[in-house]
Design a protein around this ligand. Sequence first.
Ligand SMILES: O=C(O)CCC(=O)C(=O)O
Length: 319
Amino acid sequence: MASLAQRTADDASDGESSGDDDSCDDFFPRVDPNCESDDDDGGGAAAPPRPLRRVGKAVARVDAAALTAEAFLATYAAPRVPVVLEGAPQPSHMTAAWWAERYGHLKVPLDVNSPASVVANLGAFLRGDAHRGRYLRNLHLREWFPGAEDDVRLPAVLGQNRLAAVETAPRAWKKWFELFVCRRECAGFPFLHRDACRTHAYSLQLEGSKQFTLFPPDDARYLYVDRNRSAIDDVDAADAVDRFPLLRLASPSTVVLGPGDTLFVPDGWWHVARCVSDAPSVTLGGNYVTDDNLDRFLDAFADFTALKALRAVGAAAMH
Ligand SMILES: O=C(O)CCC(=O)C(=O)O
């Protein structure tokens, strides 16, 4: 997922400014009550009114057993609608305790790919004895946890992953399972982003609870984006709208995943996540491509490959 977002720069952002202005309030009347002006608090000096922020559509929750792969494709994947599937098959035994028992002796990077990354003992981190504010994220099972991927499958309802047949795709993408573990003390995923190369993303929540904030592709124009990444470091910060005024025009949807939930994030959706439970949040996530986004993937992947080649000879920068 974001390891790719960090490493790559695919097509330029969707939906550059369409000239929208405040008149589109008429079309997006829903607002987040938590962000409404609260200047009438009954005492003392009135607080300055805070700008209203919109909220997007609620993310649907669907019983995975009641959905066929065809229905999933038609209702969610093709129209690019995020959804939480309840009860899709998951390796539910892969809790923090399981990872600690089986792989606790390993040394792994926390906050990988970030300048502040540290290498830590996995067992101590998982037991909560060290680095509680850090994020173990984007560690490919195949690379870091030998044998673990044998227990993990993409839920069949999500569709057939076409990446395995793309000869030139990196090996890690063909069976794409990454581990994420974080605690409430952790600020969460470090930046708002969309996943590169127009891949779809999924998250299997195995333990604890995690809140995702999702913005539709067209919101790119309000999110201060450069290729796959937004400059907005914390979309929930009280001063986010002061620092990034266009953000008030964006329509985020938030959804909290609990154990057994599978989140589908369609290609092009901007997202960020953080733990909201006392228990550690343990998630397996990854990216994939199905028939509906294969052409978009191949186009984006061609650009990605070209950019990589340019970078290799020092002629381009990537993130
Ligand atoms: O589970 C998370 O923290 C979000 C992961 C993510 O968005 C990504 O890896 O692209």
